[in-house]
Ligand binder design. Sequence first.
Ligand code: PLP
Length: 313
Amino acid sequence: MIPILTTQDLVNKLTQQSPQRPYFAMYSSIYGGITLDPAWMLLPIDDHMVHRGDGVFEAIKFVGAKIYLLRPHLERLLRSALSLGLRPFAEITKLEEILQATVSASGQQSGLIRVFMSRGPGSFSVSPYDTIGTQFFVIVTALTPPSAEKFAQGVSIGRSKIPVKSSWMAQVKSCNYLPNVMMKKEAVDRGLDFVVGFDEQGYLAESATENIVILTAENKLVRPEFQNILSGTTMIRSFELAESLLQQGIIAAIGSQNISSVDIENAKEIMMLGTTLDVLPVVTYEGKKTGNGKVGPVAQALLRLLKKDQDQA
Ligand SMILES: Cc1ncc(COP(=O)(O)O)c(C=O)c1O
């Protein structure tokens, strides 16, 4: 028999769960405050973010209790919301205050903040007008970067068969991430670290939740044009920091271009960039060595610059 539970039964069940999950603090606009109890880090099932993917999100790192690239992340969150006609939950300064308060309540010195702005609860319909209004959720979790071995030995990548998103969708960090999920599945199923997508013209786009850049045979550090990718905060910041490598003559130029699979095969170095991994060197593409098949000096230099930037932020 399937029991009908009382509210007290539910409270007992939730609080008896062993809180194994490394979730340290959650702000919920539904609660109007922060909870430290993972058992209560919950979302209403009729929030359209749950049943339609109608919401936008960000993943932001904090290091030494300081939130790294906070403004660029929140600006992108608001840009994503604008693209969906989602009324912002609050002004950017208020959002910042909520994030700072949640990190501070977590008691953690470093970790990952997951931020969600949802269409809100109110119905199970597809209509975005059928809710009580935008909601905001912030959850502070442990950060699980790739292993030290991946940074030391480099990673393997392949070409994805999953069609890339349309330009509009690629530029919105929405909770509608099924193509990205399928890319991750494809990578895991093929025993690769990452797969990367190519657009209809055959140009490089991005990975499931990472940007990808190359050091060309001519020593130019280049990223794909923005039309089919998310404008990654790590990639943008790394390219700013790479100016110092240009001045030292370590690289010959920095820029953006359409990148073909031939460019990738001829690249001296390939790098994956993103919030959780910073800069991860690629050593094989579709089983073929990238450059000399070893971790490249530019990837290492960029990683050092990014780490220093995080420590100084
Ligand atoms: C599709 C996609 N591309 C690139 C990135 C990298 O962006 P960022 O460096 O801001 O983490 C992400 C981040 O999660 C992403 O989801």
